[in-house]
Each structure stands twice: as structure tokens, then as C-alpha cells.
Design a protein around this ligand. Structure first.
Ligand SMILES: [Zn+2]
Length: 79
């Protein structure tokens, strides 16, 4: 359960970064896969990897290895 203002709560939201077979940057967070959408300075915006298949508009923003923002909810379970 997320508690506003609790910095330690972000630790369980630590994203994991990978390279896909075609060399694209991908990221896994809490069971969901994301594909890199855009980079602005050090902020990287990630789109849900199932966005096209599932009409899902979940977005996560990371700086380094820390999640700093997320928008929208997934329309589907992880996996
Ligand atoms: Zn999604």
C-alpha cells in the first residue's frame, strides 16, 4: 500500500532495466513490462509494453534507476 510522503515505499517500485532482443531498452516494474518512449534530459518516459495490444495508457517516468512519476492505471493484470 502506497503511503504519501514515505520515501522508503518507493523501494518496492524499483524498476529493472533490460535490453530486448532487437536492442531496444525495456523496463520491468511490479510485473509489468515497459518500452522506452522518450527521453528528456535525464528523465525517461516509459510506455506500457502492452499499450497497443491492450489499449493501455500506463506511463512511468524514471531518473536513473528511480521511478519518479507514473500516470494512468493498467487496463490489464501484469504479465
Ligand atoms: Zn499496461
Amino acid at each position: 500500500m502506497f503511503v504519501a510522503g514515505c520515501r522508503w515505499c518507493f523501494r518496492k517500485d524499483r524498476p529493472l532495466f533490460y535490453n530486448s532482443n532487437n536492442g531496444a531498452k525495456i523496463m520491468k516494474l511490479r510485473g509489468y513490462w515497459y518500452t522506452r518512449h522518450s527521453v528528456c534530459s535525464s528523465r525517461v518516459k516509459w510506455l506500457c509494453g502492452d499499450s497497443r495490444l491492450r489499449d493501455c495508457h500506463a506511463i512511468v517516468v524514471t531518473i536513473g534507476h528511480t521511478m519518479v512519476d507514473k500516470q494512468n492505471k493498467h487496463t490489464h493484470p501484469p504479465g
